[in-house]
Every structure is written in C-alpha cells, then in structure tokens.
Design a protein around this ligand. Structure first.
Ligand code: FMN
Length: 315
C-alpha cells in the first residue's frame, strides 16, 4: 500500500541535511511510496507572536488557525497530507537552527493533538461544519524519523539538537521510530562522500517505509533505531538530575525516573506509569492541555490590572 512520505531539510541547498533526507526518501520511493521534499529555509515563515489566539480558538471549539500571513500554510498542508515525515536539521550553537525553532512554535499549541482532537470530536458531535474545525487529517496515525547534523568533531557540540527536534513531531503525535545523529560532518566536503552514513540513511528510509504501512499500533510504533539510549520512549541520552540528586527526568518526555549504579554504569529506570505519561504519547499531551484549560487564569483575575501595569508602560 503506497503512503505519502514527506522529507524536510532545514539545512543549506544540497547541504548535508538535504542529501541525507533525499537518500532516505529514495529508499521510501524504492519501497513503493510517494515522496515529497521541502527545503524549509526557502519558505517565508514568520515567528510566532505569542498571541495564543490559536489555542483560545480551539478551546472555543473553532479551527485554531494562525492569523499570520506567510508561506507556513505550504508546510502545514504538506505535513497534514503526509503519512510519515523524515526531518533533518543542522546544529547551530549546540541546538537546532532558529528556523527550526520558529517552525516548532508555529506547529506547537496550534497543532497539539490533544487540543485538536477534543475540538474536532466535540465540534462534530455538536453538528458543526468540519471546515470550521481543526484540520481533521491531524488524526491520522503517523510515524517520523529525525536526523541531526553537526560539523564539529565531538558529539557534545550537537547535544541539544536531536532532543530539541522532538518538539516538532511531539505536538502533532507523530511516533518517532528512528533517529540518527551525524556529527563530525566537516571532515567531509559533503555527506555524499561518507558511505556508512549514506547507507544508514537508506536504512532509516527503509525503517520509515516499513513502519508507515503497519496496521498494528505496537508494530507501527516499534523502535527501529540502532541504539537504545537512556530513555525507553524517546531513546535520547539526555537526562536531568533532580536538585536532591536522587532522581532523574527525561527532558524530552517529561517523565520522572530513578537510577542505580551497577558496575560503574548509571542505569536509568522509568516505571510503566511514567512511561505511559510521556508527552510523546497522547495521555501525556492530554495531561498538559488539561492543565492549561483548567489552571490558566481567566481575564479579570486581577481587577486593578490596568493600574498595576501603568508604571511599566514605557519603551
Ligand atoms: C551559525 C552556525 C553555528 C554552528 N554551530 C555548530 C555547533 O554548535 N555544533 C556543530 O557541530 N556544528 C555547528 N555548525 C556546523 C553545521 O551544523 C554544519 O555545517 C552542518 O553541516 C550544516 O548543515 P547543512 O550541511 O545541511 O547545511 C554551525 C554552523 C553555523 C552556520
């Protein structure tokens, strides 16, 4: 069964990211899927202004559409249309590029599956016109693969790129089934000359081609990467330590865990309960959207707000 696979590069034209994504897409095409590639930096995508009208609109049972007029709709339509996504981003200053972060913001709360799903289900039940609700293609079960790239010779120079990249598939509920961190890129003029990495990209494409056709949820979401990592959900190696140094947290998933030291190795432990509330899964997203819907202060909470703010109204 042919599926639609979208490749996104946040790198330079014909740079490492673009070549790696296209290599993976070629493997998807080989497997019989329809492919599409977008060089995101070619699009005019404005920064989110933080107005939160998208979230307020969805809470009111409307579409959640952004008011900004730019080319983000091209990316939005491509992402909504696809069944799987392969995303590659360069490392700029230890993390993803500014454009990547901008795209995450524009596909953040406005595209959060738990906000959208509730607005769609309640809206349809109330007999609303589907055209005035969030894009219903968001409900498709989809998979993704993430690729981070850095020129530096040491892995710690790309430390935040892959973990931060989860923000994009996370909000929309794409299940990430493979990731790859390519560091030391500047040792080659272009990744095309690095055969092991190009072969790994073929494998990454095959992993997506394989996962995207799975009917069974468990098999579709099955981790296909070549490392287990510290977290059993996102498979990243980044952990934070609690202030009392007794517990750990996966900053990607927002889950709490403990650790033991065995044979000099730090072994992380995450309970089934914590794993189930990872924000990469629907219950974790729902926990967050419910917290916002129930805890956000309503207008009028501070009756003399205008007077209190007056001393701060200067440029
Ligand atoms: C502004 C800037 C900052 C960068 N910072 C890092 C960095 O912190 N770590 C790293 O490994 N590479 C860094 N690089 C190198 C890029 O990640 C590398 O050139 C990458 O291949 C670019 O992706 P592309 O080839 O797809 O365009 C930086 C490059 C630029 C332009």
């Amino acid at each position: 069964m042919s599926k639609k696979i979208l490749g996104l590069s946040f790198g330079r034209k014909m740079g490492n990211c673009e070549v790696m994504v296209k290599q993976a897409l070629n493997a998807c095409k080989e497997a019989g899927h329809e492919i599409r590639f977008i060089r995101v930096n070619d699009l005019d995508i404005q920064d989110c202004t933080g107005c939160i009208s998208c979230v307020v609109s969805m809470i009111m049972g409307k579409s959640g559409k952004c008011h900004l007029k730019d080319e983000c709709h091209i990316l939005d339509d491509a992402i909504m249309d696809c069944d799987a996504m392969i995303v590659a981003c360069p490392t700029f200053e230890m993390g993803p590029t500014g454009t990547f972060r901008t795209v995450c913001d524009r596909f953040g709360p406005s595209h959060d599956l738990s906000f959208r799903k509730v607005a769609i289900e309640e809206g349809l039940a109330a007999g609303k016109d589907p055209a005035n609700l969030p894009d219903q293609r968001c409900l498709k079960k989809r998979v993704a693969a993430l690729i981070s790239v850095g020129g530096a010779m040491t892995r710690n120079w790309i430390a935040f790129t892959l973990p931060t990249m989860f923000a994009l598939p996370m909000t929309m509920g794409f299940d990430v089934v493979d990731t790859y961190e390519y560091w030391g890129a500047m040792a080659y003029n272009n990744v095309v000359g690095n055969e092991p990495v190009m072969e790994r990209m073929t494998k990454l494409g095959q992993n997506i081609a394989d996962a995207v056709v799975c009917e069974d949820d468990g098999e579709r979401m099955r981790w296909r990467g070549d490392h287990e990592g510290a977290c059993p959900v996102c498979h990243c190696n980044l952990l934070t330590l609690s202030d009392d140094k007794k517990s750990i947290e996966c900053p990607v998933c927002g889950t709490y865990g403990s650790f033991t030291v065995e044979d000099g190795k730090l072994i992380p432990h995450f309970s089934e309960e914590q794993i189930a509330r990872s924000r990469l899964y629907y219950p974790g997203k729902l926990e967050h959207s419910t917290e916002i819907k129930t805890c956000a202060a309503p207008p009028g909470q501070i009756p003399d707000l205008k007077e209190r703010l007056a001393p701060y109204r200067w440029e």
